[in-house]
Design a protein around this ligand. Structure first.
Ligand SMILES: Cc1cc2nc3c(=O)[nH]c(=O)nc-3n(C[C@H](O)[C@H](O)[C@H](O)COP(=O)(O)OP(=O)(O)OC[C@H]3O[C@@H](n4cnc5c(N)ncnc54)[C@H](O)[C@@H]3O)c2cc1C
Ligand code: FES
Length: 513
Protein backbone atom coordinates (compact mmCIF):
# COMPACT_ATOMS: atom_id res chain seq x y z
CA UNK A 1 0.00 0.00 0.00
CA UNK A 2 1.37 3.42 -0.94
CA UNK A 3 1.61 6.27 1.53
CA UNK A 4 -1.29 8.12 -0.16
CA UNK A 5 -3.46 4.98 -0.15
CA UNK A 6 -2.77 4.60 3.57
CA UNK A 7 -3.81 8.17 4.38
CA UNK A 8 -6.88 7.91 2.14
CA UNK A 9 -8.24 5.35 4.60
CA UNK A 10 -7.88 7.51 7.71
CA UNK A 11 -11.20 7.97 9.44
CA UNK A 12 -11.36 11.64 10.30
CA UNK A 13 -14.18 11.12 12.79
CA UNK A 14 -11.67 9.64 15.22
CA UNK A 15 -9.42 12.67 14.79
CA UNK A 16 -5.88 13.09 13.60
CA UNK A 17 -2.81 13.92 15.64
CA UNK A 18 -1.59 17.36 14.64
CA UNK A 19 1.94 15.97 14.63
CA UNK A 20 0.87 13.68 11.77
CA UNK A 21 -0.23 16.59 9.61
CA UNK A 22 2.44 18.15 7.43
CA UNK A 23 2.92 21.85 8.31
CA UNK A 24 1.40 23.21 5.11
CA UNK A 25 0.03 20.02 3.72
CA UNK A 26 -3.03 18.06 2.75
CA UNK A 27 -4.06 14.56 3.77
CA UNK A 28 -7.01 12.62 2.49
CA UNK A 29 -9.31 10.46 4.55
CA UNK A 30 -12.95 9.57 5.05
CA UNK A 31 -15.86 10.80 7.07
CA UNK A 32 -19.14 8.90 7.09
CA UNK A 33 -18.34 7.31 3.75
CA UNK A 34 -17.36 10.57 2.05
CA UNK A 35 -13.86 11.33 0.79
CA UNK A 36 -12.52 14.36 2.64
CA UNK A 37 -9.27 16.27 2.62
CA UNK A 38 -7.85 17.84 5.73
CA UNK A 39 -5.74 20.88 5.00
CA UNK A 40 -3.30 22.41 7.44
CA UNK A 41 -2.17 25.95 6.99
CA UNK A 42 0.08 26.86 9.91
CA UNK A 43 -2.18 26.41 12.90
CA UNK A 44 -5.40 26.51 10.92
CA UNK A 45 -7.20 23.39 9.72
CA UNK A 46 -9.84 23.00 7.02
CA UNK A 47 -11.85 20.00 5.87
CA UNK A 48 -13.49 19.95 2.45
CA UNK A 49 -14.57 17.39 -0.15
CA UNK A 50 -11.72 15.52 -1.82
CA UNK A 51 -13.15 15.52 -5.33
CA UNK A 52 -13.53 18.37 -7.77
CA UNK A 53 -17.09 18.49 -9.11
CA UNK A 54 -15.85 19.36 -12.61
CA UNK A 55 -14.22 16.11 -13.74
CA UNK A 56 -13.39 14.51 -10.41
CA UNK A 57 -9.94 16.07 -9.98
CA UNK A 58 -8.13 14.90 -6.80
CA UNK A 59 -7.98 18.02 -4.64
CA UNK A 60 -5.39 16.37 -2.37
CA UNK A 61 -2.98 16.96 -5.26
CA UNK A 62 -4.06 20.56 -5.66
CA UNK A 63 -2.50 23.80 -4.49
CA UNK A 64 -3.43 25.78 -1.39
CA UNK A 65 -3.01 29.53 -1.75
CA UNK A 66 -4.30 31.62 1.13
CA UNK A 67 -7.86 30.50 1.90
CA UNK A 68 -8.23 28.75 -1.42
CA UNK A 69 -7.61 25.36 -2.92
CA UNK A 70 -7.08 24.87 -6.66
CA UNK A 71 -7.80 21.70 -8.61
CA UNK A 72 -4.82 20.13 -10.37
CA UNK A 73 -6.73 19.14 -13.50
CA UNK A 74 -8.23 22.36 -14.87
CA UNK A 75 -7.55 24.89 -12.09
CA UNK A 76 -11.03 25.35 -10.60
CA UNK A 77 -10.76 27.13 -7.27
CA UNK A 78 -12.71 26.71 -4.02
CA UNK A 79 -12.89 28.53 -0.69
CA UNK A 80 -11.38 26.36 2.03
CA UNK A 81 -13.49 27.98 4.76
CA UNK A 82 -16.85 27.36 3.07
CA UNK A 83 -16.25 25.01 0.14
CA UNK A 84 -17.75 27.62 -2.15
CA UNK A 85 -16.81 27.65 -5.79
CA UNK A 86 -14.68 30.70 -6.46
CA UNK A 87 -13.52 30.18 -10.02
CA UNK A 88 -14.55 27.99 -12.95
CA UNK A 89 -14.45 25.57 -14.70
CA UNK A 90 -16.41 23.74 -11.97
CA UNK A 91 -19.97 24.97 -11.53
CA UNK A 92 -20.63 23.58 -8.07
CA UNK A 93 -19.17 24.10 -4.63
CA UNK A 94 -17.56 21.31 -2.64
CA UNK A 95 -18.79 20.11 0.75
CA UNK A 96 -17.16 21.59 3.80
CA UNK A 97 -16.90 20.35 7.40
CA UNK A 98 -16.27 22.09 10.69
CA UNK A 99 -12.91 21.22 12.16
CA UNK A 100 -12.40 21.16 15.91
CA UNK A 101 -9.07 21.23 17.69
CA UNK A 102 -8.85 19.22 20.89
CA UNK A 103 -5.47 19.39 22.51
CA UNK A 104 -3.01 17.91 20.09
CA UNK A 105 -5.68 16.42 17.80
CA UNK A 106 -8.06 17.78 15.22
CA UNK A 107 -11.48 16.28 14.63
CA UNK A 108 -13.65 16.72 11.58
CA UNK A 109 -17.19 17.39 12.76
CA UNK A 110 -20.50 18.19 11.04
CA UNK A 111 -20.94 19.42 7.50
CA UNK A 112 -21.28 23.15 7.02
CA UNK A 113 -23.45 24.02 4.06
CA UNK A 114 -22.69 27.30 2.33
CA UNK A 115 -25.80 29.41 1.73
CA UNK A 116 -27.29 28.39 -1.59
CA UNK A 117 -28.60 31.84 -2.33
CA UNK A 118 -26.67 34.75 -1.01
CA UNK A 119 -29.21 37.48 -0.41
CA UNK A 120 -28.51 41.08 0.07
CA UNK A 121 -25.83 43.58 -0.61
CA UNK A 122 -23.93 42.91 -3.74
CA UNK A 123 -21.27 45.54 -3.71
CA UNK A 124 -20.21 49.06 -2.96
CA UNK A 125 -21.11 50.34 -6.42
CA UNK A 126 -24.53 48.76 -6.35
CA UNK A 127 -26.55 51.93 -6.03
CA UNK A 128 -29.06 51.03 -8.71
CA UNK A 129 -29.51 47.32 -8.93
CA UNK A 130 -30.68 46.00 -12.28
CA UNK A 131 -34.11 44.43 -12.47
CA UNK A 132 -33.54 42.78 -15.80
CA UNK A 133 -30.40 41.17 -17.21
CA UNK A 134 -30.08 39.67 -20.67
CA UNK A 135 -27.19 37.46 -21.77
CA UNK A 136 -26.64 36.93 -25.48
CA UNK A 137 -24.87 33.58 -25.87
CA UNK A 138 -25.44 30.19 -24.27
CA UNK A 139 -21.82 29.09 -24.04
CA UNK A 140 -19.29 28.90 -21.23
CA UNK A 141 -19.24 32.64 -20.53
CA UNK A 142 -23.02 33.04 -20.74
CA UNK A 143 -23.86 30.21 -18.38
CA UNK A 144 -21.11 31.10 -15.89
CA UNK A 145 -22.50 34.64 -15.79
CA UNK A 146 -26.08 33.49 -15.21
CA UNK A 147 -24.97 31.02 -12.56
CA UNK A 148 -22.93 33.67 -10.76
CA UNK A 149 -25.77 36.20 -10.86
CA UNK A 150 -28.02 33.79 -8.99
CA UNK A 151 -25.25 32.79 -6.57
CA UNK A 152 -24.72 36.45 -5.79
CA UNK A 153 -28.37 36.82 -4.88
CA UNK A 154 -29.59 38.60 -7.99
CA UNK A 155 -33.35 38.01 -8.00
CA UNK A 156 -34.49 39.94 -11.04
CA UNK A 157 -35.40 38.76 -14.52
CA UNK A 158 -32.64 36.77 -16.21
CA UNK A 159 -32.68 35.66 -19.83
CA UNK A 160 -30.11 33.78 -21.90
CA UNK A 161 -30.67 33.94 -25.65
CA UNK A 162 -28.69 31.37 -27.60
CA UNK A 163 -28.48 30.54 -31.29
CA UNK A 164 -27.49 26.98 -30.29
CA UNK A 165 -29.91 24.11 -30.65
CA UNK A 166 -28.96 22.75 -27.23
CA UNK A 167 -28.63 24.17 -23.72
CA UNK A 168 -25.12 25.29 -22.67
CA UNK A 169 -22.79 22.35 -23.14
CA UNK A 170 -19.32 21.19 -22.25
CA UNK A 171 -17.80 22.45 -25.46
CA UNK A 172 -14.23 21.22 -24.80
CA UNK A 173 -15.49 17.66 -24.56
CA UNK A 174 -17.01 17.81 -28.05
CA UNK A 175 -13.65 17.15 -29.71
CA UNK A 176 -12.41 14.76 -27.01
CA UNK A 177 -14.20 11.86 -25.26
CA UNK A 178 -17.56 12.62 -26.84
CA UNK A 179 -16.19 12.47 -30.36
CA UNK A 180 -14.06 9.44 -29.52
CA UNK A 181 -17.28 7.72 -28.45
CA UNK A 182 -16.19 7.27 -24.84
CA UNK A 183 -18.45 9.86 -23.18
CA UNK A 184 -22.17 9.42 -22.82
CA UNK A 185 -24.69 12.09 -23.77
CA UNK A 186 -25.29 13.01 -20.14
CA UNK A 187 -21.71 14.32 -19.79
CA UNK A 188 -22.38 17.09 -22.24
CA UNK A 189 -25.03 19.46 -20.80
CA UNK A 190 -23.38 21.74 -18.25
CA UNK A 191 -26.60 21.85 -16.25
CA UNK A 192 -29.67 19.58 -16.25
CA UNK A 193 -32.88 20.97 -17.79
CA UNK A 194 -34.54 21.64 -14.43
CA UNK A 195 -31.63 23.87 -13.37
CA UNK A 196 -32.94 26.67 -15.57
CA UNK A 197 -36.46 26.63 -14.16
CA UNK A 198 -35.20 26.13 -10.60
CA UNK A 199 -33.01 29.21 -10.96
CA UNK A 200 -35.58 31.19 -12.91
CA UNK A 201 -33.33 31.51 -15.91
CA UNK A 202 -35.31 32.03 -19.09
CA UNK A 203 -33.26 30.02 -21.59
CA UNK A 204 -34.27 30.92 -25.14
CA UNK A 205 -32.67 28.44 -27.56
CA UNK A 206 -32.45 28.35 -31.38
CA UNK A 207 -32.82 32.12 -31.39
CA UNK A 208 -30.41 34.54 -32.95
CA UNK A 209 -30.21 38.12 -31.76
CA UNK A 210 -30.07 40.28 -34.86
CA UNK A 211 -29.62 43.75 -33.42
CA UNK A 212 -29.14 45.81 -30.29
CA UNK A 213 -31.00 49.01 -29.60
CA UNK A 214 -28.66 50.66 -27.12
CA UNK A 215 -30.69 53.84 -26.41
CA UNK A 216 -33.81 51.76 -25.64
CA UNK A 217 -31.80 49.04 -23.87
CA UNK A 218 -33.44 46.36 -26.00
CA UNK A 219 -32.35 43.39 -28.05
CA UNK A 220 -34.14 42.21 -31.16
CA UNK A 221 -34.33 38.56 -32.21
CA UNK A 222 -34.63 37.20 -35.75
CA UNK A 223 -38.18 36.12 -34.85
CA UNK A 224 -39.10 39.74 -34.20
CA UNK A 225 -39.31 39.19 -30.43
CA UNK A 226 -37.62 41.76 -28.22
CA UNK A 227 -36.20 41.72 -24.68
CA UNK A 228 -35.48 44.81 -22.62
CA UNK A 229 -32.54 44.90 -20.27
CA UNK A 230 -30.97 47.02 -17.55
CA UNK A 231 -27.66 45.25 -18.08
CA UNK A 232 -26.57 43.27 -21.10
CA UNK A 233 -23.81 40.70 -21.48
CA UNK A 234 -22.54 39.85 -24.93
CA UNK A 235 -20.99 36.37 -24.97
CA UNK A 236 -21.39 35.37 -28.58
CA UNK A 237 -18.19 33.33 -28.80
CA UNK A 238 -16.59 32.50 -32.10
CA UNK A 239 -17.46 30.83 -35.40
CA UNK A 240 -15.25 28.41 -37.29
CA UNK A 241 -13.58 29.89 -40.35
CA UNK A 242 -15.29 28.33 -43.37
CA UNK A 243 -13.19 27.57 -46.43
CA UNK A 244 -14.74 26.72 -49.74
CA UNK A 245 -13.06 23.57 -51.06
CA UNK A 246 -13.42 23.20 -54.79
CA UNK A 247 -15.44 20.13 -55.76
CA UNK A 248 -16.63 19.39 -52.20
CA UNK A 249 -20.30 19.39 -51.29
CA UNK A 250 -21.46 20.77 -47.93
CA UNK A 251 -22.19 17.24 -46.70
CA UNK A 252 -18.51 16.31 -47.17
CA UNK A 253 -17.18 19.21 -45.07
CA UNK A 254 -17.38 19.09 -41.28
CA UNK A 255 -16.73 21.89 -38.82
CA UNK A 256 -16.76 21.57 -35.05
CA UNK A 257 -18.12 24.21 -32.74
CA UNK A 258 -21.48 23.10 -31.42
CA UNK A 259 -22.95 20.00 -29.83
CA UNK A 260 -24.96 19.54 -33.04
CA UNK A 261 -21.69 19.69 -35.06
CA UNK A 262 -20.09 17.06 -32.84
CA UNK A 263 -23.11 14.76 -33.09
CA UNK A 264 -23.10 15.07 -36.88
CA UNK A 265 -19.37 14.36 -37.01
CA UNK A 266 -19.64 11.40 -34.64
CA UNK A 267 -22.49 9.98 -36.75
CA UNK A 268 -20.41 10.30 -39.94
CA UNK A 269 -17.36 8.84 -38.17
CA UNK A 270 -19.36 5.74 -37.17
CA UNK A 271 -19.09 4.41 -40.73
CA UNK A 272 -15.97 6.23 -41.97
CA UNK A 273 -12.67 4.55 -42.76
CA UNK A 274 -10.49 7.46 -43.89
CA UNK A 275 -10.68 11.13 -42.98
CA UNK A 276 -8.59 14.15 -43.97
CA UNK A 277 -8.31 16.95 -41.42
CA UNK A 278 -7.39 20.35 -42.78
CA UNK A 279 -5.64 22.42 -40.11
CA UNK A 280 -3.21 21.52 -37.33
CA UNK A 281 -5.10 23.60 -34.76
CA UNK A 282 -5.96 22.31 -31.28
CA UNK A 283 -9.38 21.30 -32.54
CA UNK A 284 -7.96 19.67 -35.68
CA UNK A 285 -5.52 17.64 -33.59
CA UNK A 286 -8.03 16.67 -30.92
CA UNK A 287 -10.35 15.51 -33.68
CA UNK A 288 -7.45 13.53 -35.17
CA UNK A 289 -6.85 11.81 -31.81
CA UNK A 290 -10.54 11.05 -31.30
CA UNK A 291 -10.97 9.63 -34.79
CA UNK A 292 -7.85 7.47 -34.33
CA UNK A 293 -9.44 6.11 -31.16
CA UNK A 294 -12.30 5.01 -33.41
CA UNK A 295 -9.80 3.23 -35.65
CA UNK A 296 -10.19 5.64 -38.57
CA UNK A 297 -7.24 6.29 -40.89
CA UNK A 298 -6.38 10.00 -40.38
CA UNK A 299 -4.33 12.42 -42.46
CA UNK A 300 -3.68 15.96 -41.21
CA UNK A 301 -2.90 18.63 -43.80
CA UNK A 302 -1.59 21.93 -42.49
CA UNK A 303 0.20 25.03 -43.70
CA UNK A 304 2.49 25.11 -40.67
CA UNK A 305 5.96 23.55 -40.37
CA UNK A 306 4.98 21.90 -37.08
CA UNK A 307 1.52 21.61 -35.56
CA UNK A 308 0.79 24.15 -32.80
CA UNK A 309 4.14 25.85 -33.46
CA UNK A 310 2.67 29.36 -33.34
CA UNK A 311 1.24 28.85 -29.84
CA UNK A 312 3.61 26.34 -28.23
CA UNK A 313 6.84 26.66 -30.21
CA UNK A 314 8.67 24.22 -32.46
CA UNK A 315 9.89 21.83 -29.75
CA UNK A 316 6.40 21.15 -28.41
CA UNK A 317 5.14 21.11 -32.00
CA UNK A 318 7.61 18.38 -32.88
CA UNK A 319 6.58 16.40 -29.82
CA UNK A 320 2.87 16.71 -30.66
CA UNK A 321 3.53 15.61 -34.23
CA UNK A 322 5.51 12.60 -32.99
CA UNK A 323 2.73 11.72 -30.56
CA UNK A 324 0.20 11.63 -33.39
CA UNK A 325 2.52 9.76 -35.71
CA UNK A 326 3.05 7.14 -33.03
CA UNK A 327 -0.74 6.71 -33.11
CA UNK A 328 -0.76 6.29 -36.86
CA UNK A 329 -1.64 9.81 -38.07
CA UNK A 330 0.06 10.97 -41.30
CA UNK A 331 0.98 14.66 -41.58
CA UNK A 332 1.24 16.71 -44.76
CA UNK A 333 3.03 19.86 -43.59
CA UNK A 334 3.16 23.17 -45.45
CA UNK A 335 0.38 21.98 -47.69
CA UNK A 336 -3.35 22.46 -48.18
CA UNK A 337 -6.34 20.78 -49.81
CA UNK A 338 -6.89 22.20 -53.30
CA UNK A 339 -9.84 20.02 -54.40
CA UNK A 340 -12.10 17.25 -53.19
CA UNK A 341 -13.69 15.12 -55.89
CA UNK A 342 -15.81 12.14 -54.95
CA UNK A 343 -13.62 10.62 -52.27
CA UNK A 344 -10.29 12.01 -53.43
CA UNK A 345 -8.62 15.02 -51.85
CA UNK A 346 -5.94 16.61 -54.01
CA UNK A 347 -3.40 18.62 -52.10
CA UNK A 348 -1.66 21.72 -53.43
CA UNK A 349 1.54 19.67 -53.62
CA UNK A 350 -0.21 17.24 -55.97
CA UNK A 351 -0.51 14.43 -53.41
CA UNK A 352 -3.85 12.66 -53.52
CA UNK A 353 -5.56 11.19 -50.45
CA UNK A 354 -8.65 9.03 -50.22
CA UNK A 355 -11.15 10.28 -47.65
CA UNK A 356 -14.79 9.76 -46.75
CA UNK A 357 -15.01 13.42 -45.73
CA UNK A 358 -12.94 16.42 -44.65
CA UNK A 359 -12.87 18.07 -41.23
CA UNK A 360 -11.84 21.71 -41.27
CA UNK A 361 -10.07 22.99 -38.17
CA UNK A 362 -8.48 26.13 -39.53
CA UNK A 363 -9.31 28.49 -36.70
CA UNK A 364 -12.21 30.63 -35.57
CA UNK A 365 -13.32 34.23 -35.84
CA UNK A 366 -14.92 36.04 -32.91
CA UNK A 367 -18.64 36.65 -33.51
CA UNK A 368 -18.65 40.44 -33.57
CA UNK A 369 -21.59 41.24 -35.85
CA UNK A 370 -23.90 42.43 -33.07
CA UNK A 371 -21.27 44.60 -31.41
CA UNK A 372 -20.31 46.12 -34.75
CA UNK A 373 -23.90 46.79 -35.75
CA UNK A 374 -24.53 48.51 -32.41
CA UNK A 375 -21.48 50.72 -32.84
CA UNK A 376 -19.60 49.35 -29.83
CA UNK A 377 -15.85 49.83 -29.91
CA UNK A 378 -14.40 46.86 -31.75
CA UNK A 379 -10.76 46.10 -32.47
CA UNK A 380 -10.29 42.43 -33.45
CA UNK A 381 -12.67 41.73 -30.58
CA UNK A 382 -15.11 43.71 -28.47
CA UNK A 383 -13.00 46.19 -26.55
CA UNK A 384 -13.74 46.08 -22.82
CA UNK A 385 -12.20 47.77 -19.81
CA UNK A 386 -10.75 45.92 -16.84
CA UNK A 387 -14.32 45.43 -15.54
CA UNK A 388 -15.31 43.83 -18.85
CA UNK A 389 -17.63 46.73 -19.69
CA UNK A 390 -17.80 47.72 -23.35
CA UNK A 391 -17.77 51.27 -24.72
CA UNK A 392 -21.55 51.39 -23.97
CA UNK A 393 -22.29 51.75 -20.24
CA UNK A 394 -24.24 48.78 -18.88
CA UNK A 395 -23.21 46.53 -21.77
CA UNK A 396 -20.55 43.96 -20.89
CA UNK A 397 -18.70 41.39 -22.98
CA UNK A 398 -16.99 38.13 -22.01
CA UNK A 399 -15.38 35.06 -23.52
CA UNK A 400 -13.98 34.57 -26.99
CA UNK A 401 -15.20 37.97 -28.21
CA UNK A 402 -13.70 40.12 -25.43
CA UNK A 403 -10.42 41.99 -25.84
CA UNK A 404 -9.41 43.11 -22.37
CA UNK A 405 -6.47 45.01 -20.86
CA UNK A 406 -4.22 42.24 -19.55
CA UNK A 407 -2.40 43.36 -16.41
CA UNK A 408 0.61 41.13 -16.95
CA UNK A 409 1.57 41.90 -20.54
CA UNK A 410 0.22 45.44 -20.38
CA UNK A 411 -1.49 44.73 -23.70
CA UNK A 412 -5.06 44.22 -24.75
CA UNK A 413 -5.51 40.54 -25.43
CA UNK A 414 -8.25 38.21 -26.59
CA UNK A 415 -7.97 34.46 -26.07
CA UNK A 416 -10.08 31.46 -26.94
CA UNK A 417 -9.92 29.43 -23.73
CA UNK A 418 -12.81 27.72 -21.96
CA UNK A 419 -11.74 28.65 -18.44
CA UNK A 420 -11.09 32.28 -19.36
CA UNK A 421 -14.55 32.56 -20.93
CA UNK A 422 -16.21 31.18 -17.80
CA UNK A 423 -14.15 33.29 -15.43
CA UNK A 424 -14.94 36.39 -17.44
CA UNK A 425 -18.61 35.44 -17.27
CA UNK A 426 -18.30 35.24 -13.48
CA UNK A 427 -16.55 38.61 -13.16
CA UNK A 428 -18.87 40.33 -15.65
CA UNK A 429 -21.85 39.04 -13.64
CA UNK A 430 -20.57 40.62 -10.43
CA UNK A 431 -19.83 43.86 -12.25
CA UNK A 432 -23.33 43.93 -13.73
CA UNK A 433 -24.46 43.99 -10.10
CA UNK A 434 -22.32 47.00 -9.37
CA UNK A 435 -19.11 45.42 -8.06
CA UNK A 436 -16.02 46.98 -9.50
CA UNK A 437 -13.98 43.79 -9.83
CA UNK A 438 -11.07 43.83 -12.24
CA UNK A 439 -10.63 40.80 -14.42
CA UNK A 440 -7.10 39.85 -13.45
CA UNK A 441 -7.03 36.06 -13.91
CA UNK A 442 -4.00 34.51 -15.52
CA UNK A 443 -5.20 32.76 -18.70
CA UNK A 444 -5.25 28.97 -18.56
CA UNK A 445 -6.04 26.33 -21.15
CA UNK A 446 -5.53 22.65 -21.62
CA UNK A 447 -5.63 20.24 -24.49
CA UNK A 448 -6.03 16.47 -24.31
CA UNK A 449 -4.71 14.32 -27.14
CA UNK A 450 -4.64 10.54 -26.55
CA UNK A 451 -3.29 10.07 -23.03
CA UNK A 452 -1.32 13.33 -23.04
CA UNK A 453 -2.69 16.52 -21.51
CA UNK A 454 -0.87 19.80 -22.04
CA UNK A 455 -1.67 22.54 -19.54
CA UNK A 456 -0.77 26.15 -20.31
CA UNK A 457 -0.81 29.16 -17.99
CA UNK A 458 -0.11 32.75 -18.99
CA UNK A 459 -0.09 34.31 -22.42
CA UNK A 460 2.88 34.49 -24.75
CA UNK A 461 1.96 35.90 -28.16
CA UNK A 462 5.69 36.09 -28.92
CA UNK A 463 8.78 35.12 -26.95
CA UNK A 464 12.54 35.27 -27.36
CA UNK A 465 13.53 32.34 -25.14
CA UNK A 466 12.13 28.97 -24.18
CA UNK A 467 13.45 26.57 -21.57
CA UNK A 468 12.48 22.94 -21.13
CA UNK A 469 12.76 21.48 -17.65
CA UNK A 470 12.45 17.70 -17.82
CA UNK A 471 11.80 15.83 -21.03
CA UNK A 472 9.10 16.13 -23.67
CA UNK A 473 9.81 12.61 -24.88
CA UNK A 474 9.38 11.26 -21.36
CA UNK A 475 6.14 13.29 -21.21
CA UNK A 476 7.24 14.94 -18.02
CA UNK A 477 8.24 18.54 -18.42
CA UNK A 478 7.62 22.25 -18.02
CA UNK A 479 8.31 24.57 -20.94
CA UNK A 480 8.79 28.22 -20.03
CA UNK A 481 8.22 31.02 -22.54
CA UNK A 482 10.12 34.22 -21.75
CA UNK A 483 10.50 37.65 -23.26
CA UNK A 484 13.31 39.97 -22.18
CA UNK A 485 13.99 37.60 -19.28
CA UNK A 486 10.41 37.71 -18.00
CA UNK A 487 8.27 34.58 -17.81
CA UNK A 488 5.13 35.05 -19.88
CA UNK A 489 3.75 31.53 -19.92
CA UNK A 490 4.43 27.96 -18.85
CA UNK A 491 3.26 24.77 -20.56
CA UNK A 492 3.44 21.48 -18.66
CA UNK A 493 2.99 17.79 -19.27
CA UNK A 494 2.38 15.53 -16.23
CA UNK A 495 3.28 18.38 -13.86
CA UNK A 496 -0.06 19.58 -12.67
CA UNK A 497 1.11 20.99 -9.36
CA UNK A 498 3.86 22.90 -11.13
CA UNK A 499 1.26 24.38 -13.49
CA UNK A 500 -0.77 25.60 -10.50
CA UNK A 501 2.34 27.04 -8.89
CA UNK A 502 3.30 28.79 -12.12
CA UNK A 503 -0.21 30.25 -12.32
CA UNK A 504 0.05 31.54 -8.74
CA UNK A 505 3.47 33.03 -9.45
CA UNK A 506 2.22 34.79 -12.56
CA UNK A 507 -0.63 36.23 -10.50
CA UNK A 508 1.83 37.62 -7.96
CA UNK A 509 4.01 39.02 -10.74
CA UNK A 510 0.91 40.78 -12.07
CA UNK A 511 -0.19 42.26 -8.81
CA UNK A 512 3.31 43.55 -8.05
CA UNK A 513 3.46 45.13 -11.51
C1 LIG B 1 -14.61 21.45 -29.96
C2 LIG B 1 -13.95 22.46 -29.07
C3 LIG B 1 -13.04 22.04 -28.10
C4 LIG B 1 -12.42 22.97 -27.28
N1 LIG B 1 -11.54 22.54 -26.34
C5 LIG B 1 -10.97 23.43 -25.50
C6 LIG B 1 -10.06 23.00 -24.49
O1 LIG B 1 -9.75 21.81 -24.37
N2 LIG B 1 -9.54 23.92 -23.66
C7 LIG B 1 -9.85 25.24 -23.77
O2 LIG B 1 -9.34 26.04 -22.99
N3 LIG B 1 -10.70 25.69 -24.72
C8 LIG B 1 -11.27 24.82 -25.58
N4 LIG B 1 -12.13 25.26 -26.56
C9 LIG B 1 -12.43 26.69 -26.65
C10 LIG B 1 -13.59 27.06 -25.74
O3 LIG B 1 -14.64 26.15 -25.88
C11 LIG B 1 -14.06 28.48 -26.05
O4 LIG B 1 -13.00 29.36 -25.72
C12 LIG B 1 -15.31 28.82 -25.24
O5 LIG B 1 -16.38 28.01 -25.62
C13 LIG B 1 -15.68 30.28 -25.40
O6 LIG B 1 -16.83 30.51 -24.65
P1 LIG B 1 -17.85 31.66 -25.06
O7 LIG B 1 -18.93 31.62 -24.06
O8 LIG B 1 -17.11 32.91 -25.31
O9 LIG B 1 -18.41 31.19 -26.49
P2 LIG B 1 -19.20 29.89 -26.89
O10 LIG B 1 -19.02 28.82 -25.90
O11 LIG B 1 -18.87 29.63 -28.31
O12 LIG B 1 -20.71 30.35 -26.83
C14 LIG B 1 -21.21 31.34 -27.71
C15 LIG B 1 -22.70 31.30 -27.67
O13 LIG B 1 -23.22 32.45 -28.33
C16 LIG B 1 -24.29 32.06 -29.16
N5 LIG B 1 -24.46 33.13 -30.16
C17 LIG B 1 -23.57 33.62 -31.05
N6 LIG B 1 -24.12 34.63 -31.74
C18 LIG B 1 -25.38 34.77 -31.28
C19 LIG B 1 -26.45 35.65 -31.60
N7 LIG B 1 -26.32 36.61 -32.50
N8 LIG B 1 -27.61 35.49 -30.94
C20 LIG B 1 -27.77 34.53 -30.01
N9 LIG B 1 -26.77 33.69 -29.65
C21 LIG B 1 -25.60 33.81 -30.28
C22 LIG B 1 -23.89 30.72 -29.66
O14 LIG B 1 -25.00 30.04 -30.17
C23 LIG B 1 -23.33 30.12 -28.38
O15 LIG B 1 -24.38 29.65 -27.58
C24 LIG B 1 -12.73 24.35 -27.42
C25 LIG B 1 -13.65 24.77 -28.40
C26 LIG B 1 -14.27 23.84 -29.21
C27 LIG B 1 -15.26 24.30 -30.26
S1 FES C 1 -11.54 18.35 -12.59
FE1 FES C 1 -11.22 20.03 -11.31
S2 FES C 1 -11.15 21.70 -12.65
FE2 FES C 1 -11.53 20.01 -13.95
Amino acid sequence: MTESEKTANIDFAGGVAIADLPADGIIQGKLGGEDVILVRRGNEFFAVGATCPHYGGPLAKGLVTGDEIRCPLHHACFNLRTGELLRSPAFDSIPCWRVERRGERVLVREKVTPPKWRPGPVGPGATQLPTSIVIVGGGGAGLAAADTLRREGYNGALTIVSADEFAPCDRPNLSKDYLAGTASEDWIPLRPPEYYSDHRINLVLRSRVTSLDLPRRRILLGSGKTYDYDRLLLATGADPIRLPIEGASDSQLFYLRTYADSRALAAAAATARRVVILGGSFIGLEVAASLRERGIDVHVVTLEKQPLERVLGSEVGRFVRGLHEAHGVTFHMEDTVARFDGRTATLKSGTTLEADFLVLGVGVRPSLALAEQAGLRVDRGVVVDEYLETSAPGVFAAGDIARWPDAHSGERIRVEHWVVAERQGQVAARNMLGRRESFAAVPFFWTQQYDVAIKYVGHAAAWDETGVDGSLDARDCAVTYKKAGRTLAVATISRDLYSLEAEAQLEVARSSG
